[in-house]
Design a protein around this ligand. Structure first.
Ligand code: 13P
Length: 340
């Protein structure tokens, strides 16, 4: 029974033309987003913003699930309906971020390890009662001179595999997220190399910890040039190198792969996803689980003001629709310009 539930959840997460909206920013991270529009990081402002994202009519056509933060899964709309109930009533699956953030890894200057395994079994039971169908854990891998170290990759994938096992035990689909950061000056080929090693190590560890690959969704970075690299790869090269990397390192048993946006603009993230789906034969559905790339334009349009709500909703739905089409390789520049 549980196996069927997990398989059905995983398949629904990457259903044709749909992807995931990540709105699981921690209180510290959402502060950075609110700072960009001059909004105070109060609990009510966070609730009002998530209300905008969660209750947007029509988004169920493009969005299969939303990843919530601990505070958010316990919050409700202005009308008093819990966010998770609103999502479930629209056919959108609530997900939950369960890692406790990345901390400095001892004896590894410049590298981090994600924490949060203690008490996770009990937390997962509570989240399931609150409606969570899947759970995300993000690990951060940094590229630099002599980085990443094997110690950092090993520590992070071990935690990912332990969390994934606990999720499956609880009847929750793990969305395992190793993120190779794109902030450095590395070339796209170096990103390819590091992402490939990370994913290979991750899948070895998942198997060793007896995680069922068929019930696991991979969330990963695209293979891109570091932000500070003098030569920036374009859409075709990003698509080609990302697909090559994933084909080498990700078993075909995985029911779906979704991408984080990691600092790409909304437009870049949509174009890159579309190029992969339009141009390649793939063993898994490739879709999106963007945070910034879906939210940035809407956040700016809203600006924290109630009178901008309708416009912000329109802008958000447009980006969601464009990415839903990109998940099928059917996005075009003409469609991009359709936003009224
Ligand atoms: P970005 O798309 O903004 O990278 O966020 C996705 C996410 O969930 C990172 O953990």
């Amino acid at each position: 029974m549980s196996a069927q539930v997990l398989a059905a959840t995983a398949a629904a997460m990457v259903a044709k033309g749909k992807g995931v909206l990540a709105i699981d920013e921690s209180t510290g991270t959402i502060k950075k987003r609110f700072d960009s529009i001059g909004l105070d990081n109060t609990e009510e402002n966070r609730r009002a913003y998530r209300d905008l994202l969660v209750t947007n009519p029509g988004d169920q056509n493009y969005i299969s699930g939303m990843i919530l933060f601990d505070e958010t899964i316990k919050q409700a709309t202005s009308a008093g309906v819990p966010f998770s109930k609103v999502l479930i009533s629209k056919g959108i699956m609530p997900g939950i971020k369960v890692d406790a953030g990345s901390k400095e890894l001892a004896r590894h200057p410049g590298e981090q390890v994600s924490e949060g395994l203690d008490g996770l079994r009990e937390r997962l039971v509570k989240y399931r009662e609150l409606g969570a169908k899947f759970a995300k854990w993000r690990a951060v891998i940094t590229i630099g001179p002599n980085l990443p170290s094997s110690g950092c990759i090993e520590a992070n994938v071990h935690a990912l595999a332990r969390y994934a096992g606990l999720c499956q035990e609880a009847g929750i689909v793990p969305m395992v997220e190793p993120e190779v950061l794109m902030d450095a000056d590395n070339t796209i080929d170096r990103c390819h190399e590091v992402t490939e090693v990370t994913l290979r190590t991750l899948f070895n560890e998942l198997v060793r910890q007896r995680v069922t690959l068929e019930h696991t969704i991979l969330k990963t970075n695209m293979v891109v040039s570091g932000k500070l690299c003098a030569t920036q790869a374009g859409t075709a090269e990003v698509a080609e190198k990302t697909v090559s990397c994933l084909k080498r390192a990700v078993p075909a048993a995985i029911p779906g792969i979704v991408f984080l946006s990691g600092g790409q603009s909304g437009l870049e993230a949509t174009r890159n996803l579309n190029a992969m789906n339009a141009g390649y034969d793939l063993p898994w559905p490739l879709s999106f689980s963007y945070g910034r790339a879906l939210q940035a334009d809407a956040l700016r349009a809203w600006g924290g003001k109630a009178e901008n709500l309708a416009r912000a909703r329109q802008v958000l739905l447009h980006r969601e629709r464009c990415n839903g089409l990109a998940a099928m390789g059917e996005y075009t520049d003409t469609i991009e310009r359709e936003l009224a």
